[in-house]
Design a protein around this ligand. Structure first.
Ligand code: 17E
Ligand code: FE2
Length: 417
């Protein structure tokens, strides 16, 4: 396969890219625009951006497409979402889960995603969702790389046999250990769960991704416990703190002290801006907090932050359509990241930073010798892609075309100039 007239992130020239046996073998600047040949193995990128695939580092695939079942979340709080989900959970069957997961992965793939980390609720004595999704991993590997988080939605210390269920989830194929300290019955349980999670992951050679401080409570400070455990157990880059929305409400003096630890610990951050702006601030009158973690400040302090969708039409969030460009657009607004410097590197938030969080960056990126996984986006650079909010034109995985589409064509318009 040959890709001609490609733009690459951070480069001004046009490039030609050769792919052989599923690997990038040559990436060379062009001196001029090339005319397309009739070869079926050639893709003319037409000056659009050839970019590493999107990474969805945080989504609850077990719950997708269940909004309103059996009841709608009327208040819009995280806590009502957890309650509605606990009513849907007893109705889960392998067929129901498989059908929803396949439909959603298809949607994600069509929108340029090739890497997914999914949280799967293990506070279910039957572990139906975990077993079903682990069983789909092989089938899905043709189109995506899937990481499964053993996610204790109703707590580790606060749920009957919570620790045993987490351990069973590892036997059934979980890759990542989750947690939910702000939802445990007590602060002590929250602290205990953080030490236990990091030690368990270390013992099994797994990763950690905790729903950490997903609440507007400025006194929710489990992030410092998680980061300290990560630092002391030498697990830093293998640990992720998701949401950390309470950080929005921390006072600046505490945040300044906290950032020293966070930086030292090298942990990763996932923010879900559309989800958090929707679920947080719900107990406020006016002015209402945005309830999104300090993405701009974490990035400026040199930490790894990525964006995720969290939900697609589930008890927490009724919208969602698999488009990470939509989440990026919202996140840039919500986090006040609309300056040129932020906009011109914004795709990092849904590409390489997600790959670092998933610890797949060794095999990720448009470089000679790496697997030929890439997408083609409408626009010549990050800013143009975000301005246009266009569709993903191609998604190619190990040299195989997964998705190919034509931009929508305007059939009639009024010309003003
Ligand atoms: N569960 C949770 O605890 N938090 C969320 N944002 C979602 C599920 C979607
Ligand atoms: Fe989540």
């Amino acid at each position: 396969m040959n890709i001609i007239n490609a733009r690459l992130r951070g480069q001004t020239s046009l490039y030609s890219i050769r792919v052989e046996q599923g690997v990038f073998t040559a990436i060379e600047p062009q001196t001029a625009t090339l005319s397309p040949s009739a070869s079926p193995s050639e893709i003319d990128a037409q000056g659009n951006l050839v970019c590493a695939p999107f990474v969805e580092p945080h989504i609850h695939l077990d719950a997708v497409l269940t909004a309103g079942q059996p009841k709608w979340n009327q208040s819009g709080t995280l806590f009502e979402g957890i309650e509605r989900w606990s009513e849907r959970k007893p109705q889960l069957t392998p067929e129901d889960i498989e059908q929803r997961v396949l439909k959603t992965v298809q949607l994600l793939v069509e929108n340029g995603v090739q890497y997914i980390r999914t949280h799967v609720d293990v506070t279910d004595p039957s572990l139906t969702a975990l077993k079903t999704i682990a069983g789909l991993k092989e089938k899905l590997s043709k189109v995506i790389e899937l990481q499964i988080v053993a996610f204790p939605q109703e707590g580790i210390c606060s749920f009957p046999n919570g620790k045993q269920l987490m351990e069973q989830a590892i036997e059934h194929g979980a890759d990542v250990i989750g947690g939910i300290p702000h939802f445990e019955f007590t602060r002590e349980y929250g602290v205990e769960s953080m030490h236990w999670v990091v030690a368990l992951a270390k013992q099994h050679g797994l990763l950690v991704d905790v729903h950490c401080d997903e609440i507007d409570d400025e006194a929710s400070r489990f992030l410092e416990v998680l980061a300290t455990a990560a630092l002391e157990q030498d697990m830093g880059e293998r640990v992720t703190a998701s949401h950390t929305t309470a950080m929005h409400s921390y006072n600046n003096a505490y945040c300044s002290k906290l950032f020293r630890l966070l930086k030292k610990s090298k942990i990763n951050f996932v923010s879900c801006p559309t989800e958090s702006i929707h679920l947080q601030g719900r107990f406020d009158t006016y002015p209402k907090r945005r309830g999104v973690t300090r993405v701009k400040e974490l990035r400026e302090a040199g930490m790894n932050v990525c964006f995720a969708q969290d939900s697609i039409q589930d008890p927490w969030y009724t919208l969602g359509n698999g488009k990470l460009l939509r989440v990026l657009d919202a996140g840039l607004h919500i986090c006040h990241m609309m300056g040129y410097r932020d906009l011109s590197t914004a795709l990092d938030l849904i590409t390489i930073n997600g790959a670092k969080t998933l610890q797949v960056e060794q095999q990720y990126g448009i470089e000679e010798g790496k697997p030929a996984n890439f997408i083609i986006l409408q626009g010549c650079d990050d800013l143009a892609v975000i301005q246009q909010q266009g569709e993903v034109l191609y998604s190619v995985r190990q040299g195989e075309i997964l998705v190919q589409r034509q931009p929508a064509s305007l059939l009639r318009t009024t010309h003003l100039s």
